[in-house]
Design a binder for this molecule. Structure first.
Ligand code: PEP
Length: 253
């Protein structure tokens, strides 16, 4: 049975004090995770240790970095390596978010290298994919996303992809308040699963958790997560409000 995941992406928001308060509030707000469910907190690099400490002893709650560099170590001022993240016991790394692809020119090949270095350090990638509005309007989103998957994931082994996490995030729905309809989300998630099944077989594809991201809120999470191929969400804005994110966690199947 594949994992259901509510993943927060705090992006470049909050001071340390605000971040700690948010986490304290969330911990104090009733929410439940069963054996098959996880809450993952994608927090800015400087807060990883502090938030990880706050989650100590909490069942099925993990931290994620929002990025890492694709080189092992060396003269790359300002970058953070996978080995550094491993050394502070980070669990997940969000890779290929559309904001990084757009503002930092992250290519398919660079993302493939980042995934490799995460695996080499025992970190679990959350691989983001998704189309811009013009592609959706041209109705070519399926082949666009398929290319993203092929170019960055198809060098991996079936073993590496078993239990892997993909986040489908239509760019036109991120931070816009415009959510993909339940049907649009289900259709793309089923497509992603079939692309992975064609390459790696149904068992691997069925083990992959595919999260939806794009204006998931407390009032729409249950409907979106209720779709058969939607295994939770990657949540930006609504993850910054403890009460809302608690509802989103409780909306997991
Ligand atoms: C995101 O940052 O990945 C995201 C989906 O943001 P939002 O939930 O604010 O649309």
């Amino acid at each position: 049975m594949r994992k259901q995941i509510a993943a927060a992406n705090w992006k470049m928001n909050l001071t340390l004090q605000q971040a700690e308060t948010l986490m304290d509030e969330l911990i104090a707000t009733p929410h439940e995770l069963n054996e098959n469910q996880e809450a993952v907190f994608g927090v800015p690099f400087p807060y990883l240790i502090s938030i990880k400490n706050k989650l100590a002893g909490k069942k099925n709650a993990f931290v994620a970095a929002q990025n890492c560099y694709d080189k092992k170590s060396g003269a790359y001022t300002g970058e953070v390596s996978a080995e550094m993240l491993k050394s502070i016991a980070v669990d997940y790394v969000i890779l290929g978010h559309s904001e990084r692809r757009e503002y930092f020119n992250e290519s398919h090949a660079m993302l493939a290298a980042k995934i490799d270095i995460c695996f080499a350090n025992g970190l679990k990638p959350i691989f983001c994919c998704g189309e811009p509005l013009a592609i959706r309007e041209a109705d070519t989103q399926n082949s666009f996303v398929e290319t993203q998957l092929k170019e960055s994931l198809f060098h991996l082994t079936a073993e590496q992809l078993t239990g892997f996490v993909i986040a489908y995030e239509p760019i036109w729905a991120i931070g816009t308040g415009k959510t993909a309809s339940n049907e649009q989300a289900q259709e793309m998630h089923a497509h992603i699963r079939s692309v992975m099944a064609n390459q790696y077989g149904a068992a691997v594809a069925d083990s992959i958790s595919i999260l939806y991201g794009g204006s998931v809120k407390a009032n729409n999470a249950k409907d979106i997560f209720g779709q058969p191929d939607v295994d939770g969400g990657l949540v930006g804005g609504a993850s910054l409000v403890a009460a809302d994110f608690a509802v989103i966690i409780n909306s997991l199947k």
